[in-house]
Design a protein around this ligand. Sequence first.
Ligand SMILES: Cc1cc2nc3c(=O)[nH]c(=O)nc-3n(C[C@H](O)[C@H](O)[C@H](O)COP(=O)(O)OP(=O)(O)OC[C@H]3O[C@@H](n4cnc5c(N)ncnc54)[C@H](O)[C@@H]3O)c2cc1C
Length: 325
Amino acid sequence: MLPAFSYVRPTTLGEAIRLAGRKGAHIHAGGTDLLGCLRDQVLGAETLVSITGLSELRGIAPARDGGLRLGALTTIAEVAADPTIRGRYAGLAEAASQVASPQLRNQGTLGGNLCQKPRCWYYRGDFHCLRKGGEMCFAAEGESQGHAIFGGDRCFAVHPSDTAPVLAALGATVRIAGAAGTRTIPVEQLLVPAGTNPQRETVLEPGEILTEVVLPPPAAGLRSSYRKVRARAVWDFALVGVALALRLEGGVARQVRVFLSGVAAVPWRHPGIEAALTGKPLDASIIAAASVAAAKGAEPLGKNAYKVELLRGLMTEELERLARG
Ligand SMILES: Cc1cc2nc3c(=O)[nH]c(=O)nc-3n(C[C@H](O)[C@H](O)[C@H](O)COP(=O)(O)OP(=O)(O)OC[C@H]3O[C@@H](n4cnc5c(N)ncnc54)[C@H](O)[C@@H]3O)c2cc1C
């Protein structure tokens, strides 16, 4: 059952920041994650501050430098369907189209997708786990099928967003507005690794609002992709996902960025795969070397070693797809 809370819908950013900074306040965008968290008593709330009245947070527009600006309230469906994104940042459109279900893509926003809470079944269930302020992560010795194989440190929940890894691979930044002003940070710095603070998903301070995502202009020859493997064909989170962005120059891979989903508390950058590919042609032997490199550094728990093999296979298939163009 949902707890009792008050609901406010400010129409200026300044007012939204002020209200969201109050104790017990939560920012409400599409509500597809937040309301589930409240219903499942993952968190409590005194006030929901809807940001849907802030028209400046909507829409997709060209940036002055040739990149693209996406308002935080842009829906996932809008991201998936946008012709500029499909043409120039294909990986992002692919990621958005694999989020949840059509209904959730119509309601859920890009800002909310980046800031959503993990889907760990202990965290979402009746367990007072480390992420909820308890003493331990129950997945460490328990049902770890859906949990981290990289960077697990006390908490093994994985970051659930499909758009975050590909935005990180594309070098996107987020603009954040708060009482102290605005700041811009890379998407990969928005999210907090489990080892840094297992009770925090983002670096946002109370009252801070993510206002937009900014994509840099695509470099010549940029190719990007995202694919996840899930237990069901739709309406499911990544068991393992691979986001790739690279430039092909005369068939040789340059500026390779690889971020994985479903395997760590944050989109997991994998420098070993990047090194195996950079400056090399995307041929069968290099793809095989990248697949071997993918397993390096993985530390599976008792029940999720399958994710290592899944990652290797997915990496091979995605690189073959990218090489075909
Ligand atoms: C059944 C189900 C399946 C799903 N499957 C997937 C999936 O496969 N892949 C995937 O990526 N996601 C999935 N999701 C998650 C869903 O897509 C995201 O929850 C959605 O994009 C969140 O957007 P929202 O606007 O509804 O966020 P809300 O629920 O409104 O907010 C989510 C969180 O972000 C915060 N927040 C929202 N907007 C801002 C902002 N602008 N600034 C600061 N904080 C903000 C809120 O306070 C809250 O903590 C699924 C959700 C459900 C319920």
